[in-house]
Design a protein around this ligand. Structure first.
Ligand code: ADP
Ligand code: MG
Length: 288
């Protein structure tokens, strides 16, 4: 891994020869790199190309939103990074290590919570910590439940909590292991607008505490801009990266960030792009 000593052009040649990640040269923590990643489902006429030659470099500690219309491969991309899905082609590294399987260092928060219904909120949060044999699992779980504002509900079971509270328990569970990478697949998609706005603000506060790398999938333009440092737009046909946009809205952000000129300018650009991509999913044909 002596690529750093080469000049730019030579380094590209070396990469091509040995397929090493660009991020290998850095002492990175939470760096993610995908090169030409393709994923297909099914065979023959039924084959669906869920991701087509996706290349992406995510710097450690950045909050990246992945935005795109339904079916463009957002969840597939997240599942690949999580290690749930193996790409048919291409390469994927986390901190210069090839990803071959899921890891507790890369927890995923889904839209539908995946809490154990037979465990209390506290035990759900402590579960991952106990699995990794953390000596102070219960205390740490209490701390993280407190951070998401649920100290008073530690002994409640998931069925006794609202949808928003369940998502907060799920978030506390993912955060409690202090992962260097946090993966989120439309985690607030099922919440009402008010709860969703509060959850977004709370997530930003928690993220700013120790800044893990976050990959946050959403189809909501506002959510993407409000949360992220960078918005990566996935398109359809091909299901690949259509664009990458730096979010210049200053942090810390509150609801008023939406009045920022940078927010509004980016909103317009993303709206136009997403509209163009979404319209491709409508086939114009003869009505029977
Ligand atoms: P998004 O999350 O952006 O809505 P997905 O990643 O879920 O998109 O899906 C991308 C494409 O791959 C879609 O056409 C979807 O139908 C297809 N797909 C995803 N998972 C599977 C699967 N397990 N089997 C077959 N097709 C799938
Ligand atoms: Mg999805």
């Amino acid at each position: 891994m002596n690529v750093a000593v080469f000049s730019g052009a030579a380094r590209v040649a070396v990469h091509a020869a040995v397929a090493e990640p660009v991020t290998a040269a850095r002492s990175a923590s939470g760096a993610i790199e995908l090169r030409d990643v393709s994923v297909s489902f099914g065979k023959g006429e039924r084959q669906v190309d869920a991701l087509q030659r996706v290349s992406l470099t995510i710097e450690p500690g950045t909050f990246v939103a992945v935005l795109g219309p339904s079916g463009c491969g957002k969840s597939t991309l997240l599942n690949v990074i999580a290690g749930f899905e193996r790409p048919a082609r291409g390469s994927l590294w986390v901190d210069a290590e090839p990803v071959t399987e899921p890891s507790p260092e890369r927890p995923v928060v889904f839209q539908q919570h995946s809490l154990f219904p037979w465990m209390t909120a506290l035990d759900n949060v402590a579960f991952g910590l106990r699995m990794s044999r953390a000596p102070d699992a219960t205390e740490r779980a209490r701390h993280y439940l407190g951070l998401v504002g649920l100290s008073a509900f530690a002994q409640h079971y998931p069925g006794q909590l609202s949808g928003g509270m369940q998502q907060r328990v799920g978030l506390a569970r993912a955060l409690a292991v202090q992962p260097k990478i946090l993966l989120m697949d439309e985690p607030f998609g099922a919440l009402d607008a008010q709860t969703r706005a509060l959850m977004q603000e709370q997530l930003l506060k928690l993220w700013e505490e120790w800044r893990p790398t976050v990959v946050f999938v959403t189809h909501d333009i506002d959510e993407a801009i409000f949360l992220a440092d960078r918005v990566v737009v996935l398109g359809v046909q091909p299901n690949s990266v259509r664009g990458s946009f730096r979010v210049e809205v200053p942090r810390p952000r509150s609801a008023g960030a939406r009045l920022d000129a940078a927010y509004q300018g980016l909103y317009q650009s993303l709206f136009a792009l997403i509209r163009e991509e979404s319209s491709k999913t409508f086939t114009v044909g003869a009505v029977p």
